[in-house]
Design a protein around this ligand. Structure first.
Ligand SMILES: [Fe+2]
Length: 301
């Protein structure tokens, strides 16, 4: 594989860091003409900045798909209707106030066993104001925790579901702290949109810890807020970031997106405790959901 280190590709790009936490704007290349060497240089920039913005690109659906394929196999989105001719490509139109935007903090599709690793988004139409997107750095969220909280979190897993998308039966369990397969760094991997229950804790303990962690993870010091212009391509690493759209706009906001297939999140070590289901609370949907998941996965003894 070509390596950015061995070539001059990317050396003349204008890379402007946006905040102390994450994010960079990149100019001086044409993504329609990008090949494996450019993809390698972009991967290096992604590892450093976690989310990249390429203004003034204006990709067509087909060049958008071709660019995405440089980074891996693309996947269909399980929660959205799709273009039959291009199942790996989708367009999302939102009207201000319609509620049809992802205005809760999340990493994409953590309700799946293999959450997507990367999203590549094309901002096609901006509202006249508002509709910015925020990202947060989950390496920083992990690294900022105290030593005892890090140790606790490293021994835990959490149940995620697609309840917010009307599919509560889509359930997956992931480590609360995951290890990035490329950088080897640890990041916090719970989010308010999909994460429902710490598996090894009781319902009320889980509510308290998830409430703390999801709020902690998205504090302003860990974030970047991006104001879009039409034709900008953004790409981000879902394994070490969360994002959230601000629902503060009027008018139409149109995005097009492709998603790179996921890997299985790997924890620091196997969970240190068994799932906690005693006392089982019939009032808790998440207890019932967790028991159903465990019965299906490991058998009901
Ligand atoms: Fe998203």
């Amino acid at each position: 594989m070509a390596s950015a280190i061995d070539s001059n590709v990317g050396k003349d790009w204008d890379v402007r860091r946006l905040t102390g936490a994450l994010g960079a704007e990149v100019r001086g290349l044409d993504l329609e003409k990008a090949g494996p060497a450019e993809a390698d240089a972009i991967r290096d920039l992604m590892a450093e900045h976690l989310v990249l913005f390429f203004p003034e690109q204006h990709l067509t659906p087909d060049t958008h798909i071709a660019f995405g394929r440089l980074f891996g196999k693309l996947e269909a989105h399980p929660n959205l209707s799709l273009d039959a001719e291009r199942p790996e490509f989708f367009e999302l139109r939102a009207e201000g106030g319609s509620g049809a935007i992802a205005d809760e903090w999340h990493s994409d599709l953590t309700c799946e066993e293999h959450p997507s690793v990367m999203a590549i988004l094309h901002m096609v139409k901006c509202p006249p104001y508002g509709g910015d997107t925020m990202w947060a750095n989950m390496y920083k969220a992990y690294e900022g925790l105290s030593a005892p909280m890090k140790e606790l979190c490293e021994g835990l897993t959490a149940l995620h579901d697609a309840h917010a998308h009307g599919k509560p039966e889509n359930v997956a369990v992931h480590p609360v702290v995951r290890v990035h397969p490329v950088t080897g760094r640890k990041s916090l991997f719970v989010n308010e949109h999909f994460t429902r229950r710490i598996v090894e804790m009781g319902h009320r303990e889980s509510e308290a810890l998830l409430g703390f962690l999801t709020k902690w993870a998205t504090q302003p010091d860990f974030t970047v807020r991006y104001h879009w212009t039409e034709g900008t391509i953004a790409m981000w690493d879902n394994r070490c970031t969360q994002h959230c759209v601000l629902s503060d706009f009027d008018g139409e906001r149109v995005i097009q997106r492709v998603t790179v297939m996921g890997d299985e999140p790997e924890g620091v070590a196997p969970p240190r405790w068994a799932p906690h289901l005693k006392p089982f609370s019939a009032a808790s949907r998440h207890d019932r959901q967790l028991k159903g998941y465990i019965d299906a996965r490991f058998g009901n003894d």
